[in-house]
Design a protein around this ligand. Structure first.
Ligand code: NOJ
Length: 481
């Protein structure tokens, strides 16, 4: 509507509605949640203390250390298992917190949640952030349907234990990384190499397990605990490489294979049509008797559809997609199934992590696309952040990253009426960045991993983020909408 009048459009274009680099100077609403996130394996350490069982990351880092960039592991990590009070002191004044639970540390998490609440911080809890217990993995892990029951039981336990104090739940963090990287191309634990097969079996079970956990909350806890449940889905923005229709189609196909793979069953019902058609077509040419993409029954589609109260979105960057000829038929792979390889413009400014680029414009486009494609959900950005390689003295680029991404989020709220209700920085602390070990650091606080004390030091960008959290404003002074 705002562009119906040419003059209005021109006016907006010269202010900030259409320029992704002009910083929005409107206040975020009072109710907007700002926070920071961490994840248990990445910060806690104490890998074998107090009866904690072995998980797939313990096993991978101990038995195949050569797979980790610096041969690092999470045995001690940031030692947050012992230093959580210190971490909450850092959090206080910055904003809110996301974490996840495993059943080995009930007392730890009770104390953690209490300490958060005592400090006026709202906990947002992710039930599963990649640390599958090793025995569950050895019985088949996420490629076996039994995990649906186990995950449901586990979710019921954490709701029962912590649900009186937790109002925002997330079932799974980044299912595509669990499945594609864990069971497809071995880029994450359990490092199974089963491209084009393992990740589809895994996804099928993750979606059912998510739905089970959602329904358990709905039926057994919602009335008394009055919380909300969702899932975190991650995606970059995929921008067509040109104005050609073929590139636009390739980019949309990629979005469906990355985000729609999870979002479509939950928000619209069943896998995206383009996935069903392409995987069936390629499976047949490869000689499979049925599609490598498992099928949901009608009842399963209905059971999974609608299992969200909001959406948790992780997004850090953008990619370009150009149309390519159909990949040749050979060994199956998710990449070939997409038929839409991705790449980045070498001129884009980047972080220590090769995939994180300063492309804030992609965030607004992504939010707009999600609103249009998935029934305008309430969205919290559960992760967004920038990595350094240890040189953090001047991290003004990280400040610029937060500022420009948040500005595009604010633009999406103001001009596109996207319902975004919160934003969480990854991460409160430098931590164990999975296969990259301690070589890529996303923290608002530097952690000295050489000191037994794991000393925390605030990075300059933390001061900017504190100001944003306290004022709800990205620039020196803001105006109301
Ligand atoms: C995604 C994951 O949830 C988190 O564990 C990871 O460290 C960050 N993004 C950065 O890669």
């Amino acid at each position: 509507m705002k562009f119906v009048l040419v003059f209005v459009g021109c006016f907006l274009a010269t202010s900030y509605g259409d320029d992704p680099y002009i910083i929005n100077d409107k206040y975020f609403p009072d109710s907007f949640l700002f926070g920071t996130a961490t994840a248990s394996y990445q910060v806690e350490g104490a890998w074998n203390e107090d009866g904690k069982g072995e998980n797939i990351w313990d096993r991978l880092t101990h038995t195949r250390p050569e797979l980790i960039a610096d041969r690092g592991n999470g045995d001690i990590a940031c030692d947050s298992y012992h230093k959580y009070k210190e971490d909450i002191a850092l959090l206080k004044g910055l904003g809110r917190f996301a974490n996840q639970v495993n059943d080995a540390g009930v007392a730890y998490y009770k104390n953690l949640i209490k300490e958060l609440k005592d400090n006026g911080i709202e906990p947002m809890v992710t039930i599963f952030h990649w640390d599958t217990p090793q025995p569950i993995h050895e019985a088949g892990g996420f490629t076996s349907e039994f995990v649906v029951d186990y995950f449901g039981d586990y979710a019921r336990l954490v709701y029962r234990l912590f649900g009186d104090d937790v109002k925002y739940w997330l079932t799974f963090n980044e299912p595509k990384q669990i499945c594609h990287e864990g069971y497809g191309d071995a880029q994450k634990a359990p490092a199974i190499v089963s491209p084009g097969i393992g990740e589809y079996l895994c996804t099928h079970n993750v979606l059912k397990a998510h739905a089970r956990a959602y329904h358990i909350y709905d039926e057994e806890f919602r009335a008394t605990q009055k919380g909300q449940v969702s899932i975190v889905i991650d995606t970059p923005w995929y921008e067509p490489n040109s104005f050609s229709i073929a590139d636009a189609e390739a980019a949309e196909r990629k979005r469906q294979f990355v985000f729609g793979w999870y979002a479509n069953p939950i928000f619209n019902g069943d896998y995206p049509e383009i996935m069903k058609a392409r995987i069936a077509m390629r499976s047949e040419l490869e000689g499979f008797s049925s599609s490598r993409l498992p099928k949901f029954t009608k009842d399963e589609i209905a059971y999974i559809k609608g299992t969200y109260d909001y959406l948790g979105l992780n997004s850090y960057s953008s990619y370009l997609v150009a149309a390519v000829p159909e990949p040749t038929i050979g060994n199956p792979s998710w990449e070939d199934d997409t038929g839409a390889p991705e790449f980045q413009d070498p001129s884009w400014e980047g972080a220590a992590s090769h995939w994180v680029k300063l492309t804030p414009w992609g965030m607004r486009k992504l939010l707009r696309w999600i609103k249009a494609t998935y029934n305008d959900p309430a969205i919290i950005i559960t992760e967004n952040g920038y990595s350094d390689n240890g040189t953090y003295g001047d991290d003004s680029i990280r400040q610029r990253y937060y500022q420009t991404f948040l500005s595009n989020i604010r633009d999406a709220m103001e001009f596109d009426k996207v319902n975004v209700f919160g934003y969480t920085v990854w991460s409160l602390l430098d931590n164990m960045e999975w296969m990259m070990g301690y070589t890529e650091k996303f923290g608002l606080h530097h952690v000295d991993f050489n000191s037994p004390n794991r000393t925390r030091t605030e990075k300059p960008s933390a001061q900017y983020y504190r100001k944003v959290v306290n004022t709800h404003c990205l620039v020196d002074s803001c105006v109301n909408e």
